[in-house]
Design a protein around this ligand. Sequence first.
Ligand code: GTP
Ligand code: SPV
Ligand code: MN
Length: 583
Amino acid sequence: MSTKLTELAEWVDSVARRTRPAKIHWCSGSAEENTSLVNGMLDTGDLLELNRDTHPECYLHRSDPDDVARVEHLTFVCTRERDDAGPNNNWMAPDDAHELMDGLFEDCMEGRTMYVIPYCMGPIDSPFARLGVEITDSAYVVANMRLMTRMGDQALARIEREGRFVRGLHSTGELDPERRYIMHFPEELSIQSYGSGYGGNALLGKKCHALRIASHQARTEGWLAEHMMIVGIENPEGETRYVAAAFPSACGKTNLAMLIPPEPYRSAGWKVHTVGDDICWLQPGEDGRLYAINPEAGFFGVAPGTSNETNPNALAMLDRKTIFTNVAVTDDNQPWWEGLDDRVPAYDWKGQPYEPANGPAAHPNSRFTVSIKRCPSYTGESENPSGVPIDAIIFGGRRASLAPLVMEAEDWTHGTFIGAAMASETTAAATGKVGVVRRDPMAMKPFCGYHFGDYWAHWLDVGSKLAHPPKIFQVNWFRRDADGNFIWPGFGQNLRVLEWIMQRCMGQVEARDTPVGRLPENDGISTRGLAREPDLDTLLSVDGREWIGELDEIEKHLENFQPRVPDALTERVRAIRHRLEND
Ligand code: GTP
Ligand code: SPV
Ligand code: MN
């Protein structure tokens, strides 16, 4: 027995009896353990070593071509009452789900090693951190969990002290999409995932625990578990304000979290401090402010589009100690993806000689896994057990039209409404059609572990108890012109929008009231130093007729979650409609 916690030992035993592994390995998280796992994967071909000179300790993993993204249609929330999972989730009765999963897990680890991964989500000494144990038969999962979480001995020690942990059971199974399920049992604090080895389906600390299970726990405990990045923006006066931003998958969180101030901001002294890039746990503090921790310890970031122009900080951290998944390689075995540079790759993500007719060389959802500490803009505040105080919450998405570059909510309720009404074009982060506008409230459509109506009520409740709630904003970097080009330069230039947001938080600038929210005057967004003047008239316009159409859509969307939608939200729709019609 490798733990003194009986509950944990018994659970591991019972899983072993069902799955019948040849060996059980308790993960310590040590460097030696990692080396031996990596060597094993190099032998089996699960990992390929990349160019040692340019990318030391970097590896490529090619996943099964049918296993390259989250599978939302196979992801379930299994609450006792169907209504508690809400229309936003697939639901299965817990007993039925257990029967199904027990069958799949039967003998599935025969001849393989079963790894037991104790992990901590959040700084190891933080009262806001939460513990989990993932059992998996994938060494790739272990290597990724080591970068993404605080994994190993220290986590186990805390689990043994506290006795409470989320139980995650994972097997890659046959990688058959027909035998693939990601099941959540929030009332049992457990997760079972079978048939996928990919990212959010398999690294159970991430979306399954830190969002679906945690959001459920957060509701009962009075906090928020959100799909948000966290960043500190320091102005030339040396004042740092932290913002948290929720954008749907592949809509810009990682990029915003590590942006490099463009000129002339950089020389003026603006700095960016990266706390987190994907998940944020928000806790009300005794001083009436909201405090954020990043439960993760690494990035599982989108590779395509990452370049020295768009995200130099990312490139600087990706040349060592990084696991790449489903990228292409050059003839000298360097990782490559669309948008990186103009070299032509030698092999595509499937390992076939690159042939443009076969589609992109790197999978559009190809990713890198790397420790957050490798990020040049990483801040030690990421380890602060109390979290960082949040001044602004930002919601955003990909909208080719309608949504302005930036808009401020009138108050917390309006901000909650903006979050609840969010829509965005779908991306390659999940299987299914790309580029379709869908409602993605708070960027949590795939991740909220309970009924959206209850979730919005919880947002209102948390806000109402804060003496100093953050201001809430909406942004859209993805507005397009008639030719389909992005109007806003984006990436590092997004600091220009953050500057306005910061100034609003510090009460330094005026805003223009519109029926849908508060917008900057055109000269509120600085364009100094930009090569081309962006069309701010379009970016900051509010088209009343178009917005009335949007409100029709929002009303239909909210209707899906009745009778649990808080009245305060439906009243806001009515108030905004009234203002638009009388504008
Ligand atoms: P997940 O990890 O899936 O949650 O995604 P994310 O929200 O962290 O998105 P990420 O920052 O990885 O960006 C996804 C894609 O959008 C990449 O291809 C980026 O290059 C692109 N992108 C990010 N920010 C901007 C921007 O400001 N403008 C434009 N045009 N593209 C952007
Ligand atoms: C996302 O899809 O939002 C991700 C990647 O961050 S995954 O870990 O697969 O969820
Ligand atoms: Mn994400």
